[in-house]
Write a protein that binds this ligand. Structure first.
Ligand code: PGA
Length: 251
């Protein structure tokens, strides 16, 4: 069996942050430099802040990523950003298929897979998001939904380096509610089995992040669950104290 992947703590700023937000990122970088953690750290700001943050963080180990990309490399797609553009700004990752994009923009598994393929073609790691709604959980469909989204959204040529999975129950995002550690263990175990049967060793080495109301107070417990290789953090990634408090789970 492959070694457990090095964990990743990723911040998704969503549509938050002005130029002044660079200060929070700088503070996180300062704390990591003073007290290194046994994980990689990534910030995915809005597109407008990627270049300024790249400058703020150029001497830091903090990675940068986008929150979405278009499947095409360039062309007549008003308002969209390509994987190549993210790569050009020193991004290493891009989130694809976040539930807010699936819900607000009607993104299908097929589209999410195409976006992930575009990311891989530019040597970005695609963070592919999956997760059930509250109604699906109540109907006992969680594992079916997760398997279906995995099968449909993850590129055929995915490797441990090119794809990271983020399991984010939709009902846990921004609500302060989280699944129990046992529930997280069950879903992450199923995701690991699916990845291993599809990608072999790479499936064992692929990171599986948990996302949805991760905070300093619950990070250690959630990050210690089997097959949880880090976190995708929304609200709590916006303040240096909170984000660093989550990174603390790996110190
Ligand atoms: P949250 O968001 O941490 O604010 O719940 C997580 C996410 O949507 O990635």
């Amino acid at each position: 069996m492959a070694d457990a992947p090095r964990p990743l703590v990723a911040g998704n700023w969503k549509m938050n942050g002005l130029l002044a937000g660079r200060e929070e990122a700088r503070l996180v970088a300062e704390r990591i430099a003073a007290r290194p953690a046994a994980c990689d750290v990534l910030i995915c700001p809005p597109f407008t802040l990627i270049a300024p943050l790249a400058k703020t963080l150029d001497k830091s180990a903090i990675l940068r990523g986008g929150q979405d990309c278009h499947p095409a490399q360039s062309g007549a797609h008003t308002g969209n950003v390509s994987a190549e553009m993210l790569s050009d700004l020193t991004c290493s990752h891009v989130i694809v298929g976040h539930s807010e994009r699936r819900a607000d923009h009607g993104e299908s598994d097929v589209l999410v897979r195409a976006k992930a393929e575009a990311a891989i073609s530019q040597s970005l790691t695609a963070i592919v998001c999956i997760g059930e709604t509250e109604a699906e959980r109540d109907r006992g469909e969680t594992l079916d939904v997760v398997k279906r989204q995995l099968a449909g959204s993850v590129p055929y040529a995915a490797t441990a380096a090119s794809v990271t999975i983020a399991y984010e129950p939709v009902w846990a995002i921004g609500t302060g509610r989280t699944p129990t550690p046992d529930d997280v263990a069950e879903v992450h175990g199923v995701i690991r089995n699916e990845l291993a049967s599809r990608f072999g060793q790479d499936g064992h080495g692929m990171r599986i992040l948990y996302g949805g109301s991760v905070k300093p107070a619950n990070a250690s417990e959630l990050m210690s669950v089997a097959n949880v290789d880090g976190a995708l953090v929304g609200g709590a990634s916006l303040k240096a104290d909170d984000f660093d408090g989550i990174i603390e789970a790996y110190r």
